[in-house]
Design a protein around this ligand. Structure first.
Ligand SMILES: C[S@@+](CC[C@H](N)C(=O)[O-])C[C@H]1O[C@@H](n2cnc3c(N)ncnc32)[C@H](O)[C@@H]1O
Length: 184
């Protein structure tokens, strides 16, 4: 799936995983497979950092003929992400939106079939409330740090788990990943 050069870059990024709060490789690989399995095309990521998760997500969306929009407010991380997206040849399938996530979300009017939440943990529930009407039936909302930041994301977990439109499962990857399928 990855060329030797791309895999070397991913391995290099994994060495600084803690500095950039990146998801682990297993979670990234799982999201990549999940997107390919159900053929998602229009993706949204909240929390780009240096682009590690975005590379894996965009690679799968691109293979499905789709694209990713990703949100980040730190200029320095965006510069790094742009470079990494280019080196992994997914830059043509990614749009980076710079700004505060809740403000950027207000400007988006697309419908999405894959959303990955990985920014300010206390704001997860607000991201969910804001983006949910734009998630297509059959789409997925995944969120990281569900176990590692359980207290901070509690309102989100309660809201999405009890929501009649979603079927949710928490998967015990190192940080804990929630996967919610929009059933109606
Ligand atoms: C956990 S890191 C994202 C890691 C990335 N998803 C990955 O796995 O490679 C969270 C990122 O979200 C950004 N962030 C946090 N709160 C934000 C907000 N309210 N608006 C935009 N970006 C935000 C941070 O600057 C940080 O780079």
């Amino acid at each position: 799936m990855w060329t030797e050069q791309e895999n070397n870059l991913l391995k290099q990024l994994e060495e600084t995983q803690k500095n950039f709060w990146n998801i682990d490789r297993g979670t990234a690989n799982f999201l990549n497979m999940l997107i390919k399995l159900y053929g998602a095309k229009n993706g949204l990521e909240i929390g780009t950092s240096n682009g590690y998760s975005g590379i894996w997500i965009a690679k799968a969306l691109k293979e499905n003929g789709g694209k990713l929009t990703t949100i980040e407010y730190y200029e320095k991380r965006i510069v790094l992400a742009e470079e990494h997206f280019k080196n992994c040849k997914v830059d043509d399938a990614i749009t980076i939106k710079q700004g505060s996530a809740l403000e950027v979300l207000e400007t988006l009017d697309d419908e999405y079939d894959f959303v990955f939440i990985d920014a300010n943990k206390r704001e997860y529930v607000k991201y969910f409330e804001q983006i949910s009407p734009q998630v297509k039936k059959g789409g997925i909302i995944a969120a990281d740090n569900i176990l590692s930041h359980a207290e901070k994301v509690q309102t989100f977990v309660e809201a999405i788990s009890s929501h009649p439109d979603y079927q949710t499962q928490i998967i015990p990857f190192p940080a804990g990943l929630s996967v919610s399928y929009k059933i109606k």
